[in-house]
Design a protein around this ligand. Structure first.
Ligand code: HEM
Length: 395
């Protein structure tokens, strides 16, 4: 096997699905070297990804963070303030008090707001007609929705949106220069926002909840709030955009299924799940082994990087029939695009709601949608995403 699965160039044309399928057969726990630091074990089978996710003490998110690259100590410290990179019991202390705010029933109350935002986006797109779908159509929805959730002032949203866009993949030369500046500026904004909000009356939003919650004996400082805020905006921004833009591309590539979806909108929730399986927005998250272990007979040594590779697990032949086929009627569809277990995506219901409402409004507004140029993918071994998708929308 000669493909370097660390090299972001290996993902530019398309994810290397054929290589991954062969590795699932021959080396399902595959070691990928890196040039400047220790390489990592790629966990390619669905059952093994689930196993790693369910053993958060043995496979730690905190020890080395969740990215392939080891971080500098101060960056790792900042990362550890995010849920994503906490281990139990601290993880549970922080997740439990905020989880009720993200429950399906609570998030369902946001449907009208989300539909309103989607309609505004569609109206603006209808005026443009020829659009670059990623930026012109999908990009403001996630930051506006997070703005609602956090109670951000409407006039700050364009700036948050701009900073969130800067956070996009640092491996792509179109974005690289600005990435860390985007993160720093957003954390600075959040720290000032927290200080302002502490001086005001509490409100019924997530900001008040975060600032006033007793996380097992500790309260968030403004700095903690800054890290948390960056995580929420970053976690929910690119991923949601990708679901919408890669989703449209998959539907345009399968016109018969797009036609079915147009004639039966009841198929939309299933289509969103299949989009998430087939076009998982994130390729992976990493863990670090805290003790020697075995995975499918392979010896893992304490300190090794262990990577849950969703792009492969979502197409595991042992779990999905005809896994390389896009099928909006696929059921069951136990994809792992939101992870599983301890760190299962907190925003899952919000993402699903945004996906359903967005596609309902898109299809209702535009009877004709066609691609007008080649889509371009981001150069990244983490973000499985498009950076441009030129389309014509006709009312
Ligand atoms: C299609 C959209 C999305 C995808 C594909 C996605 C994917 C993921 C994945 C794979 C994880 C698990 C990480 C791990 O196991 O290490 C995760 C965690 C998380 N996601 Fe999402 N996400 C999406 C949308 C959102 C949204 C909209 C929000 C919030 C507004 C959000 C907030 C979070 C948070 C806070 C975590 C950390 C949970 C924890 O560590 O306990 N996500 N997401």
């Amino acid at each position: 096997m000669v493909v370097d699965l660390y090299d972001p160039d290996s993902y530019v044309g398309a994810p290397p699905h054929e290589v991954l399928a062969e590795l699932r057969r021959t080396q399902p726990v595959y070691f990928q070297a890196m040039a400047d630091e220790p390489g990592y074990w790629m966990v390619l089978k669905h059952a093994d990804v689930v196993h790693v996710a369910r053993e958060p003490k043995l496979f730690s998110a905190s020890e080395g963070g969740v990215m392939l690259e080891n971080l500098a100590p101060e960056q790792l410290d900042m990362m550890r303030n995010m849920l994503l990179a906490m281990d139990p019991p601290r993880h549970v202390d922080y997740r439990r008090p905020i989880a009720p705010r993200f429950k399906a029933r609570v998030i369902a109350n946001m449907e009208d707001q989300i539909r309103g935002i989607c309609r505004e986006i569609m109206d603006a797109a209808a005026e443009q007609k020829d659009v670059e779908f990623v930026h012109d159509v999908t990009s403001t929805l996630p930051s506006r929705v997070i703005g609602q959730l956090m109670g951000l002032p409407a006039e700050d949203l364009p700036m948050i949106h701009r900073l969130a866009e800067m956070n996009t993949s640092g491996q792509d030369s179109d974005y690289a220069a600005d990435v860390s500046q985007g993160t720093i500026d957003m954390a600075m904004y959040a720290i000032q926002f927290a200080a302002r909000r502490r001086a005001e009356e509490p409100r019924a939003d997530l900001t008040t909840l975060l600032l006033e919650t007793d996380f097992n004996g500790t309260y968030m400082t403004d700095l903690d709030f800054g890290s948390f805020f960056v995580q929420l905006v970053t976690a929910g921004n690119d991923t949601t955009k990708t679901m919408l833009s890669s989703g449209l591309r998959a539907l345009l590539d399968h016109p018969d299924q797009l036609a079915d979806l147009r004639s039966d909108r009841g198929l939309v929730p299933g289509a969103v799940e299949e989009i998430l399986r087939y076009e998982n927005p994130l390729h992976y998250f990493r863990r670090t082994a805290t003790a020697d272990a075995q995975l499918r007979g392979v010896d893992i040594v304490a300190g090794d990087k262990v990577v849950m590779f969703y792009t492969s697990a979502n197409r595991d032949e042992d779990v999905f029939d005809d896994p390389q086929r896009f099928d909006i009627r696929r059921s069951p569809n136990p994809h792992l695009s939101f992870g599983i277990a301890e760190h299962f995506c907190l925003g899952v219901h919000l993402a699903r709601l945004e996906g359903r409402v967005f596609f309902e409004e898109l299809l209702a507004t535009f009877p004709t949608i066609e691609m007008t140029g080649e889509p371009v993918r981001i150069r990244s071994n983490l973000n499985n995403a498009l950076k441009s998708l030129p389309v014509r929308l006709a009312r």
